[in-house]
Design a protein around this ligand. Sequence first.
Ligand code: XIL
Length: 373
Amino acid sequence: MSNPGMMTGRPLSRRAVLAAAGGGLLAGGARETGAPGLRDIAAARGLVFGSELRREVLQQAPEMAALFVHDCGAMVPGHEAKWDYVEPKQGEFHFTDLDFLVNFAELHHLQIRLHTLLWSEALPDWVKQALEAGQGAPILARHIAKLVGRYRGRAQCWDVANEIADPRWHGGPEGLTMTPWRRALGPGYVAEAFHLAHDADPDAILFINDDDLEHDTATGAAKRATYLRLVTAWKRQGVPINGFGLQGHLKPELPFNPPAWRAFLRELAALGLELHVTELDVVDRHLPADPALRDRLAAELVRQFLDVTLDEKAVSMVMCWGLSDRFSWHDEDPDFRRADGRPARPLPYDASFHPKPMYQAVAAALAAAPVRN
Ligand code: XIL
């Protein structure tokens, strides 16, 4: 993974956080006219809408703070809680930026999702070396106790395990991908991680999170079946898994089959899981170049996906992976970047913070969702 661009410097005071939040010009129509944001539209249905946020985004565009709290009832840090960010060298901890974002969220009464404890990416070299040297178990235990313990009672949700079962990659016979964790610790590492997280904060809602589940492809079908099988077994063994995160990086060139998707969500819900859409955006690299047409097609896909998804009442939260195209990760990623070199347009606001058709699609889907308790 690329260098996350860690911010150093002293922690900002609560006053500085407040100033950052109030300091921006209000761009875009809704916030000027006092129209409800996505946060309020979601709340009226008993839902939560939120987004990924990074400290550098607030520093580069202070106006993002006002936009964020207008539309979001929840926040997830984009990289500040990942391993290579919080402990790049063994025993050298960097919590300044994560603390900043958690303070920001609390100040604005946002729910906090933290992401992610166990992933094959964002792993510092020292962890990989320790895994190869047979030191994985104590290191995992220390990491989870440290992070989950630090934000105990403050973070409502943790993505404990991210992207752990992908049939395209060489996997163990149980269906888990051969990540460095699986290789070093065997198939029991997932259950162990959930138990450790539960010990560190018994009230936190603990999630598995993954992508490419929604598409009606061989991969999508295999992934859905694998997860249903794995989670069923873990639940039976009393593993404290409470939720499933559906990343939702939607790919318009792949087929979407509403009944198959709806059935998967129903089965997850029947296992007693809370469901969150955690990283919604549209991978628009294969959509036409014309921005207006591209935006319209992306919005239609989002509306279709959310209509089916929100029909399942176990889905309680929808998060986009960022609010504005200016700060999307797609242009940094060679797998997602457009061949024509035009900037990606994956998110509800354009690069100048004006709402796009995707914004209206999210708003309309939230407004049409069945009411939750
Ligand atoms: C991405 C970040 O957005 C990028 O800035 C970073 O370079 C790589 O990770 N699925 C996930 C997220 O679970 O953690 C990823 O975030 C996007 C895909």
